[in-house]
Design a protein around this ligand. Structure first.
Ligand SMILES: [Zn+2]
Length: 224
């Protein structure tokens, strides 16, 4: 999943109004943000295997530290404690931890059975939505635009100059998603972590969007 993780993070603004959209993006994508680093140091392994599923040409050979249930739980706990310590916002911290976990469950829905329960486990989960391009698009777009609708319900523009920041983000993220889906596979396995690290651009965009918007009057837990 890709768009859906951002969709869940957008939706989360409603329940974590004090937390910046950029931070919500980090939580929703945390294990995919860490994954390129683990690939680069060689602790996790991916290879290109055209047709692995209809949607992705990637074969996730080994990625238990980022993408096992236990691994993901450890990262969720880490973000909880770090955010709570820095921001003294327990509710925000809990929502962020939930977002980290949501990534794993959405990945279970989309991946073929390649998600381990814990490092060393030989039980792998995955329901294989990625075998169906239409179904994947439907779920990804549904969650993304549903989350966006909630985000728009929760926040409003500070002034009209900020408009372009959110809408250009939406066009850009949909464009790269479709490019990924319809374009050629990555040229080599070495190119995968580099492309993955580029996701930080989207995180930075989230912080930028957040700065152009404010909570709508009546949103609980007004920004402080
Ligand atoms: Zn993932």
């Amino acid at each position: 999943m890709f768009l859906a993780h951002f969709g869940v993070a957008l939706a989360a603004k409603k329940v974590a109004p004090k937390t910046s959209l950029g931070t919500l993006f980090i939580a929703g994508q945390l294990i995919d943000l860490l994954w390129p680093i683990f690939l680069l140091v060689g602790w996790e392994v991916v290879e290109i295997d055209k047709g692995n599923t209809a949607v992705t040409p990637l074969n996730f050979i080994y990625y238990p530290f980022t993408h096992s249930l236990l691994g993901c739980g450890v990262w969720a706990a880490a973000i909880y404690f770090v955010y709570k310590k820095i921001k003294l916002d327990e509710r925000g911290a809990a929502i962020l931890a939930g977002l980290v976990m949501s990534h794993w469950f959405l990945d279970v829905l989309s991946h073929r059975p390649d998600l381990p329960l814990y490092p060393g486990s030989d039980i792998y989960l995955g329901l294989g939505l990625w075998n169906f391009v239409g179904g994947t698009l439907f779920v990804e777009a549904g969650i993304f635009f549903g989350g966006l609708a909630l985000y728009l319900q929760t926040t409003q523009l500070k002034d009209s100059r900020g408009k372009i920041v959110l809408w250009s983000f939406i066009v850009f993220i949909c464009f790269i998603y479709l490019l990924n889906l319809l374009g050629p596979p990555p040229p080599s396995a070495e190119a995968i972590p580099i492309a993955g690290l580029a996701m930080w651009i989207l995180i930075a965009w989230g912080y930028w969007i957040d700065r152009t918007r404010e909570l709508r009057p009546g949103t609980t837990g007004s920004q402080g």
